[in-house]
Design a protein around this ligand. Structure first.
Ligand code: CO
Length: 214
């Protein structure tokens, strides 16, 4: 990061504060009172997929979790903590898993090159490949297979959200909560709803459906 860039982002912040206050003197005082976002966004860390900007969400409207390749890994305490807080405290009504075409994490999972520690994170994406191997291998064009892999990865992450005790507990309690899977086109700016919307555990394989005793 050049020192010019570093100075510029500090200046940008001052300018942003001033422009917000010019519109509404109470803007930050009001935001500081609390948050009740209707949406949890689980996206990729990729710098080109900024959650708020692409959906036109203002501060206070979207709770955000991002990691490499927008993964929902059931032993990831960071993801589980964000999900639990969003669902049980903030009572979000929607959770969107947003993948994106051209995702470096998904691309790495298609290949065999070792990159380092991250290989262990990418392993989870390889598991998705194995699960959908027949479907994915049916695409002979590599770019097309890559795009389809991005899509089935999002779909599996939505299922993995639905498998959590947190989401199934909320549904059991009658909470209004819908999961969605999207992809984002880096070269178009548009998102696509992959139509994997879930608002009950009925679409999960039987073995994943939790029964609650109280
Ligand atoms: Co990515």
């Amino acid at each position: 990061m050049s020192s010019d860039f570093y100075k510029k982002i500090l200046d940008n912040n001052k300018n942003w504060v001033e422009s917000q206050l010019a519109i509404d003197k109470e803007y930050f005082k009001d935001l500081a009172k609390g948050q009740q976002p209707p949406l949890l966004w689980i996206g990729c860390s990729d710098s080109r997929v900024p959650a708020n900007e692409i959906i036109g969400a203002k501060p206070g409207e979207v709770f955000v979790h991002r990691n490499i390749a927008n993964m929902v890994i059931h032993s990831d305490m960071n993801m589980l903590s964000v999900l639990d807080y969003a669902v049980n405290v903030l009572k979000v009504k929607h959770v969107i898993v947003c993948g994106h075409y051209g995702c470096g994490g998904v691309k790495a999972a298609m290949g065999n090159q070792s990159i380092g520690l991250i290989d262990n994170w990418i392993r989870h994406i390889k598991d998705v490949y194995r699960l959908h191997e027949e479907y994915l291998n049916s695409f002979t064009d590599e770019d097309e297979r890559f795009n389809k892999f991005v899509e089935v990865n999002v779909q599996e992450q939505v299922f993995d959200l639905a498998k959590t005790s947190i989401v199934q507990g909320a549904w059991r309690n009658g909470q209004d909560l819908t999961l969605h899977g999207w992809t984002y086109g880096l070269n178009s700016g548009y998102v696509t709803d992959l139509d994997v919307n879930m608002s009950s555990n009925g679409d999960l394989d039987e073995v994943y459906r939790l029964k609650f005793s109280n």
